[in-house]
Design a protein around this ligand. Structure first.
Ligand code: AMP
Ligand code: FES
Ligand code: ZN
Length: 311
């Protein structure tokens, strides 16, 4: 197979585009896709400061690299989730990229800074680990972006992630989640602007980007996520994509083009009635403490109980 752009031998095939690319043209293709997503959706303005949430995995490290390549001023934030055998090596990949590129990395550690890890927090708050993890990450991302006066927070959600989340939302007809599933959420009501510049790239492409660009990343998936619903949706979409390449991108882009505006109003309603949490100041609709402060309190309470039992 030859490169679609320059006719040199191809190193990767992207079936969705019915095209092969050589190394140089593939890296340029990734940059173009990110540039186009940023422009089409008005994600980042000239001169704006970006904070990218970096997990140490392929997507967020590719994103950090691509945004730097495109000339943006980008710092990273890594959250240590206290997941045994997974969090420490993930942190090392994030630190390695930061050191190699002279880019600033902020670090927040759930156990050190908030007194719990994902597993114990989830147990104390009667949630599944991914739910406690997602709640903590969203809270800490928002806070880090606002405290650092960044204009925008970027995450490494790619086309596969977004299509799988959309499938889950459609299967449940969860209009409120669908309304928030846009590639840009504007700032306001105590939230920073949030953007997903990788929505035009699949995870095979972000992995290939890292390999070809010499970026080392955490290859292991989070052990807590094994068997969760989201991975099931990804598998289902991959089976469909295998038979009909391009379906995943058509599903997601069709949603953005034809359905997102229809459900947008529901999303606006979900931001109504927000007020600052008395514990941490983050916006919440809860009558007392926000969900994150309640998680922190319950985890602390559980710890006290365990300690008194062991005495
Ligand atoms: P996930 O929710 O694990 O699919 O990750 C989605 C995105 O959230 C990643 O691409 C990162 O941008 C961000 N992210 C996930 N885990 C972390 C972490 N531990 N620290 C910082 N950012 C993270
Ligand atoms: Fe959140 Fe695994 S990364 S539960
Ligand atoms: Zn709070």
């Amino acid at each position: 197979m030859k490169c679609k752009v320059c006719r040199q031998p191809a190193v990767i095939e992207v079936r969705r585009h019915n095209a092969g690319f050589c190394q140089g043209c593939f890296l340029a293709h990734c940059r173009n896709q990110v540039e186009r997503a940023i422009k089409d959706h008005g994600m980042i303005g000239p001169g704006e400061r970006v904070l990218v949430a970096v997990s140490g995995g392929k997507d967020s490290l590719a994103l950090w690299d691509l945004l730097l390549q495109l000339g943006y001023e980008v710092d990273g934030v890594y959250i240590g989730l206290g997941i045994q055998g997974y969090s420490d090596p993930s942190a090392e990949f994030a630190r390695g990229f930061s050191a190699e590129h002279g880019a600033k990395l902020l670090e927040v550690d759930l156990p050190d800074d908030f007194g719990f890890d994902v597993r114990s927090g989830a147990a104390a708050d009667h949630r599944v680990p991914c739910s406690a993890c997602g709640l903590s990450k969203r809270h800490i991302f928002d806070r880090a972006a606002l405290e650092g006066s960044y204009d925008v927070l970027a995450t490494g959600h790619n086309l596969d992630d977004e299509a799988a989340v959309l499938l889950g939302n459609v299967l449940r007809w969860d209009l409120a989640y669908m309304a928030r599933q846009r590639p840009v959420l504007p700032a306001g009501d105590g939230f920073p602007r949030k953007v997903k510049p990788l929505v035009r790239l699949g995870e095979r492409e972000t992995a290939a980007y890292c390999v070809l660009q010499g970026i080392e990343y955490q290859v292991e998936e989070c052990p807590m996520a094994t068997g969760n619903r989201h991975l099931g949706y990804k598998d289902a979409l991959n089976a469909i994509e295998e038979r009909s390449p391009g379906t995943k991108a058509a599903f997601y882009s069709g949603f953005l083009d034809r359905a997102a505006a229809l459900v947008a109003e529901v999303g606006e309603q979900s931001r109504e009635g927000l007020h600052p949490c008395p514990g941490c100041g983050a916006p919440t609709t809860a009558t007392e403490l926000c969900a994150f402060c309640r998680l922190v309190d319950r985890a602390a309470e559980q710890k006290r109980r365990r300690l008194s039992l062991n005495r």
